[in-house]
Ligand binder design. Sequence first.
Ligand code: ADP
Length: 279
Amino acid sequence: MRKTLIEFKNVSFRYSEEQPWVLKNLSFKIYENEFVAIIGHNGSGKSTIAKLVNGLLFPQEGEILINNITVNEETIWDIRREIGMVFQNPDNQFVGATVQDDVAFGMENRGIPREEMMKRIDETLHAVWMQDYRMTEPYRLSGGQKQRVAIASVLAISPQVLILDEATAMLDPKGRKEIMQTVSELSEQRGLSLISITHDLAEVTQAERVIVMNSGEIWAEATPREIFSKRDELREIGLDVPFIAVLAEELKRAGIELPQEPLNHKEMLEELWTLHSRT
Ligand code: ADP
């Protein structure tokens, strides 16, 4: 059995008493060393979930547990050590005058000794392929490079979970793919859990599990393959379907039913070959 890292127990949240509930009786778990994608239309409550995990907000009802410890005002400082967050706009995340200062910042706040800090700066900048930019001023970096540094900064605090909140949204498809590759390799090496809040369907197909939010509630929780086979229902709640799933749908309409729902180009080719060799 995998260890539970994050647990939401009947969590409800609203930004104020005058406003409607943004999250309604939400319960789910995230396990150790798992990659979960959270998707849903704009305003469905995804970012609010990220802020609750990190104790930037607290729920009015229900409970959030990280490593079996309830998130509250007293526990939040310890809990934040375990949680690395990267947001959409890297410019809002920079505090240091150089890349190196920036990576050091989170560690300084946590009282990590200087020698250990230098070691971690070195390690994490290498891990995200930014070792040659240690002394560069952050504003000189490209969008993708900035996100790499933001990721290095959170990895430097050695968290158990990395939460990416639309972290690749401002990058081009190539940049997105590169960042996700780096992040998933690092998560695997370090045994981290990865939660990605994203609109990028290619990214979603890489996840082990997908949580689909709709109007503050969990609409579905399943593997990417199961989720993307519900094409019409997804469209009804305002979500896109990956190109390969649309292609599979068109083939079906034309009388060509694939043995298994393909998730990417490679799988689509395999399915077509299987069909072909049967005929
Ligand atoms: P998502 O990340 O899925 O787009 P959010 O969690 O950002 O959704 O927002 C959920 C709902 O909460 C939306 O209706 C949004 O307008 C509202 N909301 C988000 N932030 C605030 C805030 N600071 N004050 C009031 N309402 C907010």
